[in-house]
Design a binder for this molecule. Structure first.
Ligand SMILES: [Zn+2]
Length: 193
């Protein structure tokens, strides 16, 4: 059984498959929107992001939105899914998704919100990625085919995240792992790593 980390800033450990920031995914975090340079994505890049909107990071909303739209365009042109960082900006993300109608899947990473917010993201067709800290009700309510697991920048192995999510959902780690394999295949097809 392998453990899949759909968004991390760490290298993989034994038995893990990871989408690591700046290796398998490329994007500019909204906190760096005013300063970071747009760069060609790395070879073997499988996803665009993390990118998004963060109303707590102090960068003007207009600057963040312009950069986020650029990532959405790249995701569509390259045919790669988008890892979305969203802090207190769910309305804007939902609005942009509705207006831009992307064909590529959007994954809202590090989701800690309530089920009422999650259900609106799900209605737009988005995936929800959970780390070690999550709203239990949301983890329980998330449909298995839209749920993802991640460690982000936390110093934790992804199997701990699997254990916490499986416990919250009343399922086994093995069942969750099978489900993450299916979701990985849906998102990344045979681009596999
Ligand atoms: Zn991150």
């Amino acid at each position: 059984m392998r453990f899949i980390d759909f968004h991390t800033h760490h290298a993989s450990m034994a038995g893990e498959t990871v989408i690591r920031q700046h290796e398998q995914s490329w994007g500019i975090h909204p906190k760096d929107a005013a300063t970071a340079q747009w760069q060609p994505r790395p070879e073997g890049c499988m996803a665009i992001g993390e990118c998004g909107l963060d109303h707590l990071c102090g960068v003007p909303a207009r600057v963040q939105e312009e950069l986020f739209r650029r990532h959405v365009s790249l995701s569509e042109e390259a045919g790669l899914p988008l890892i979305v960082h969203c802090v207190r900006a769910h309305e804007e993300i939902l609005g942009l998704h509705r207006r831009l109608r992307p064909r590529q899947p959007w994954m809202v990473h590090g989701f800690r919100g309530k089920p009422s917010v999650m259900s609106r993201l799900l209605d737009e067709g988005m995936y929800i990625s959970f780390g070690l800290l999550f709203n239990e009700e949301s983890v329980r309510a998330c449909p298995a085919e839209r749920l993802l697991t991640e460690t982000d920048d936390r110093p934790v192995a992804v199997d701990k995240v699997y254990a916490a999510i499986a416990a919250a959902r009343g399922t086994t780690v093995a069942e969750l792992a099978a489900c993450m394999e299916r979701n990985f295949a849906c998102l990344y097809g045979n681009r596999g790593i």
